[in-house]
Design a binder for this molecule. Structure first.
Ligand code: AHM
Ligand code: MG
Length: 315
């Protein structure tokens, strides 16, 4: 039986778009290739020190470069090599970068290695990306995204990709080097019993957030899960349902997560799967970014959980 690959699905979707010339397909192919390289480097991060001590470091010299910096440079290079990308913005870069040739009709935002504090303890990490058409301005509302996705580097490498038409998940088969369709047509459960928030910040939360947490704790069915790597926490939320939150607090007045690199791509994905996201009571996809590093608080996940969050925090 032929299991469709990520490339098969991307090509199928290209046919659905009227007048598509395959330019978006080229960008996605570059991201897929970069993801495979990052996955293979992520697998070897723990070897760097050992090989260094045994004098074998030279063969692995490139590993010495921090994985987030390596991933960032790789994505910038591969995206511009597609000749389809006019500008990129990355969580690792202070400014927007423009194509040296000033060509390309697309803008790509990405977080090359999200949750990188998990690397030292072999925890899951991820890459997040978000694609827009070139417009008068680089900073556009999230509802203008034409595609978004993430790659989760965990026990398996998983690629979740949403276009205007669908959202699907793929697992990397390392023996053939292809992402195989493993989660077709993802639908988030209408309601889940898992909540995900950094409760270490409890004393910093406002009364509304505290009230919501009190509600969850008195409702026996809820379980807490928090990895501290948004891609991993969102992947679980997408498959199992429930809610992920990074609220504002007295230290981080706008929360921690960035609208363009983390919140909007995840909100786009979750909506395509039938879920919901809110930032300060409104859909984050409707917020006009005022800067590349614009941050917003976020509650995101199953529709009924997010509606419950809104009801309790608005009362
Ligand atoms: P990073 O982009 O610097 O890795 O930070 C983003 C990460 C998210 O993956 C995660 O949801 C969050 O930070 C965890 O933050 P905290 O440690 O404050 O709970
Ligand atoms: Mg990040």
């Amino acid at each position: 039986m032929h299991i469709p690959t990520l490339t098969d699905i991307i090509l199928q979707e290209q046919q659905k778009a009227p007048n598509a010339k395959g330019n978006l397909t080229l960008i996605l192919t570059q991201i897929v290739d970069a993801a495979k390289i990052i996955a293979s480097h992520a697998n070897r991060t723990g070897l760097v020190d050992i090989l260094g001590k045994t004098g074998n470091k030279n063969a692995y010299d490139e590993e010495v470069q921090k994985l987030d910096e390596f991933s960032n440079n790789l994505l910038v290079k591969t995206l511009f090599e597609s000749n389809q990308v006019y500008a990129v913005a990355s969580e690792e870069l202070p400014d927007i970068l423009y194509s040296p040739t000033k060509t390309g009709d697309y803008i790509v935002f990405f977080d090359p290695l999200d949750g990188s504090s998990n690397i030292d303890t072999n925890g899951p990490i991820g890459t997040i990306f978000s694609i827009y058409h070139k417009n008068d301005t680089v900073l556009q509302k999230g509802n203008k995204q034409i595609a978004a996705g993430y790659i989760l580097y965990g026990p398996s490498t998983i690629f979740v990709y949403a276009s205007q038409y669908s959202i699907n998940g793929f697992t990397l088969d390392p023996s053939i080097g292809s992402f195989l369709l493993s989660f077709p047509n993802i639908k988030i459960p209408k309601k889940g019993n898992i909540y995900s928030i950094n409760e270490g910040n409890y004393e910093l939360f406002d009364e509304h957030t505290k009230k919501y947490l009190a509600h969850l704790k008195t409702t026996k069915s809820y379980k807490a899960r928090y990895i501290g790597s948004m891609v991993a926490d969102m992947h679980r939320t997408l498959l199992k349902g429930g809610i992920f939150l990074y609220p504002s607090d007295s230290k981080n007045k706008e929360g921690k997560l960035r609208l363009l690199f983390e919140v909007n791509p995840m909100a786009f994905l979750i909506e395509k799967a039938g879920g919901m996201a809110v930032s300060n009571g409104k859909n984050p996809l409707d917020i006009l970014p005022i800067a590349v590093n614009h941050k917003v608080p976020i509650a995101i996940g199953s529709k009924e959980n997010v509606e419950e969050f809104l009801k309790i925090t608005n009362d």
